[in-house]
Design a protein around this ligand. Structure first.
Ligand SMILES: Cc1cc2nc3c(=O)[nH]c(=O)nc-3n(C[C@H](O)[C@H](O)[C@H](O)COP(=O)(O)OP(=O)(O)OC[C@H]3O[C@@H](n4cnc5c(N)ncnc54)[C@H](O)[C@@H]3O)c2cc1C
Length: 391
């Protein structure tokens, strides 16, 4: 495709059909009832809401794009984007963890053996087992193909050693999808493995103290002579990096969608606040400069959403430009989302800085979306590569 954008078979989406609207409304109602009322407390108490993930699973939201034959919801990437945006209006961090769990479940659905699918998918679909995606290491994040964790064959087993850094859900989750080196340096020497919590030699670092994303723990995953049967290899030996990157295309859309949802909630809060707050004898909503600012926030969000839906439709259609479009959409949605949420905080004046208004939490949560699942610099690198062949 030489980096040029193709109009995919499904075409860009400009309107949602009845089923898509119903999926979005279901997720929005769930966020309003089960997530939003508790989000500020969960953030303060650093509570990982496992019970809510199980309730979301009962509605099909823990296996959104796992195939129906394998017990999943069999929905599209566009449906997933609608769901994660809707859930993130309640809490971006909670929605984002569910996105990671969905990513792991779909990778097992797609690349797993019959036995792996039979053994773990039913429990992942019901969120009885929760999962983590383990790529990043202390010495390499963006340059993930340089990872050093090793997996050495020993008869019918592999023995894994190494440390994974910044792993979402770690310590509280049950199943770890780990990328480790089985061969020579570079991407082709990497394989992926499924490791269950409780396996001898697997341990976790302390919960990192961080700026946001407090409703999910972030820990190191430490492997010291962790022995797993070769049956725990996901996909072919040497295909682990490709598998990891395949998962990330959809993951990036989901993170972008979480940014849109958080920012939409912040914009809605700002509109409501400006109808009440008075300054200089007027309500804030009467100042035209502020009306224009609201309009710019809405325009930016809608533009980012449109690109995200376009990228999701491309991924659903297996368009060759999908990876590039997902990178574009992730960068635009996460930058825009952070900027809009930050503007909404500004429009609340000093009250925006107080935890009880819920705005500062959104700003803190959205900041990391510009960093993880590939930094926004790396998103530009992917786009630049498609333009000039190297970057
Ligand atoms: C809260 C949190 C949760 C996370 N969850 C997970 C998880 O569940 N699983 C997982 O595997 N990882 C996870 N990560 C890791 C995350 O994906 C990495 O932090 C991210 O990919 C960046 O890697 P790094 O931190 O090593 O930064 P580095 O790669 O060291 O980058 C440092 C800076 O240099 C820039 N840079 C690097 N290379 C280039 C280049 N070639 N051109 C231009 N700029 C460049 C980067 O954009 C960045 O600004 C998480 C991170 C955080 C903070």
């Amino acid at each position: 495709m030489d980096g040029k954008l193709a109009i995919s078979a499904t075409g860009p989406q400009f309107a949602l059909n009845e089923e898509q609207s119903a999926v979005r409304d279901m997720a929005r109602a769930f966020a309003e009832e089960k997530i939003a009322p508790h989000a500020i407390r969960w953030d303060a108490e650093k509570h990982f809401p496992v019970e809510v993930f199980r309730e979301a699973a009962a509605l099909g939201m823990a296996s959104i794009y796992v195939r129906e034959d394998n017990g999943g919801s069999g929905l599209s990437r566009l449906d997933a984007a609608l769901i994660f945006e809707a859930l993130a209006t309640g809490c971006p961090s909670t929605s984002a963890y569910l996105s990671i769990h969905n990513m792991v479940a779909s990778m097992i659905d797609r690349f797993g053996t019959d036995a792996q699918r039979r053994d773990v998918l039913p429990a992942l679909v019901e969120a009885k087992l929760l999962s983590s995606y383990c790529l990043t290491e202390p010495s390499c994040g963006s340059d993930a193909a340089a990872l050093r964790s090793s997996a050495r064959r020993d008869g019918g087993d592999f023995i894994l050693n190494g440390v994974k850094q910044f792993i979402s859900g770690a310590g509280a989750t049950d199943l770890y999808l780990v990328m480790a080196r089985t061969g020579a340096a570079g991407a082709a020497g990497i394989s992926s493995f499924l490791i269950e919590k409780g396996t001898k030699g697997l341990s976790f670092g302390a919960n990192e103290r961080k700026m946001g994303w407090h409703t999910q723990p972030t820990r190191q995953v430490i492997m010291e002579d962790v022995r797993v049967p070769a049956a725990n290899l996901l996909g072919e030996e040497g295909s682990g990096f490709k598998i990891a990157m395949t998962g990330l295309d959809g993951g990036r859309l989901n993170i972008g969608a979480c940014s849109l949802g958080g920012a939409q909630a912040a914009l809605d809060k700002a509109c409501a606040y400006m109808q009440e707050r008075q300054a200089f004898g007027k309500r804030l909503e009467e100042f035209q400069a502020l009306q224009f600012r609201l309009a710019d926030m809405d325009i930016a969000l809608e533009a980012a959403r449109t690109l995200l839906w376009r990228a999701a439709a491309a991924l659903d259609a297996a368009d060759p430009a999908a990876t590039k479009l997902c990178a574009m959409a992730k960068k635009m949605a996460t930058d825009t989302g952070f900027e809009v949420a930050n503007q909404a905080l500004q429009l609340h004046g000093g009250y925006g800085y107080l935890a009880d208004y819920g705005i500062e939490k959104i700003v803190r949560d959205l900041r990391v979306h510009q960093i993880l699942e590939g930094t926004n610099e790396i998103m530009r690198l992917i786009v630049a590569r498609s333009l000039i062949g190297h970057a």
